[in-house]
Design a protein around this ligand. Structure first.
Ligand code: ATP
Ligand code: MG
Length: 183
């Protein structure tokens, strides 16, 4: 599985549709202060099912919707699409019936979030599981936030262990056990 494209529309400062091609290997985002580098990383976490407004640097989830600028009005919705190349067919069961997987998350003011996977409605939980199993979820150490390296250096052993578990790909198992215990 490989992330190949990120499309944003009305997400934070990305008011106009933006299509980002993700090439193989390490990706870095560079640009002047305030140009939207952190917003891009947040879009990636958000489409993977991040549900804590604080992780999006907002007070509520609707704060991810473009809220207007001097010359442009606010938008009513935000949408982020993530395209995954699944030609290796390594996606978890339930997602593994196509060579390409497109996850779309859309939030509308006063109507909350909705997710689609290859044009079919899915639950937030399904999307979170997909990425937890693939060790690339919204909490994944593959996405390095600003200031995260120093946080890790200063972290308590338990917090550091969580990062290692995520990297080892076993956090999806924890999530499934938790879900099984609730049933
Ligand atoms: P730095 O180099 O300082 O870390 P950055 O490139 O990471 O900057 P971001 O933090 O991604 O920049 O982008 C900040 C910009 O996004 C600000 O100009 C802020 O006003 C804008 N922004 C954030 N949320 C919204 C929103 N909901 N609507 C419109 N603009 C927004
Ligand atoms: Mg930043």
């Amino acid at each position: 599985m490989r992330l190949t494209r990120l499309r944003l529309n009305g997400f934070k400062s990305f008011v106009d549709p933006t299509d980002l091609v993700i090439h193989e290997g390490l990706t870095g985002v560079v640009g002047p202060n305030g140009c939207g580098k952190s917003n891009l990383l947040e879009a990636l976490r958000w489409v993977m099912g991040e549900n804590r407004p604080s992780a999006m640097r907002g007070g509520g989830m609707e704060d991810v919707i473009f809220n207007g600028a001097a010359t442009r009005g606010a938008r009513h919705f935000a949408e982020v699409a993530l395209v995954i190349d699944n030609t290796d067919r390594l996606a978890p069961a339930g997602f593994n019936d196509a060579d390409q997987i497109e996850i779309v998350r859309r939030i509308t003011r006063d109507a909350g979030s909705a997710y689609r996977c290859n044009s079919k409605d899915v639950r937030a939980r399904d999307v979170q599981m997909l990425f937890a199993d693939a060790s690339t979820g919204s909490h994944s150490p593959a996405l390095v936030r600003q200031g995260q390296i120093s946080e890790l250096i200063n972290a308590k052993p338990k917090a550091r262990r969580r990062v290692l578990e995520e990297a080892a790909g076993i956090s999806g198992l924890y999530a499934r056990r938790h879900e099984a215990e609730l049933k």
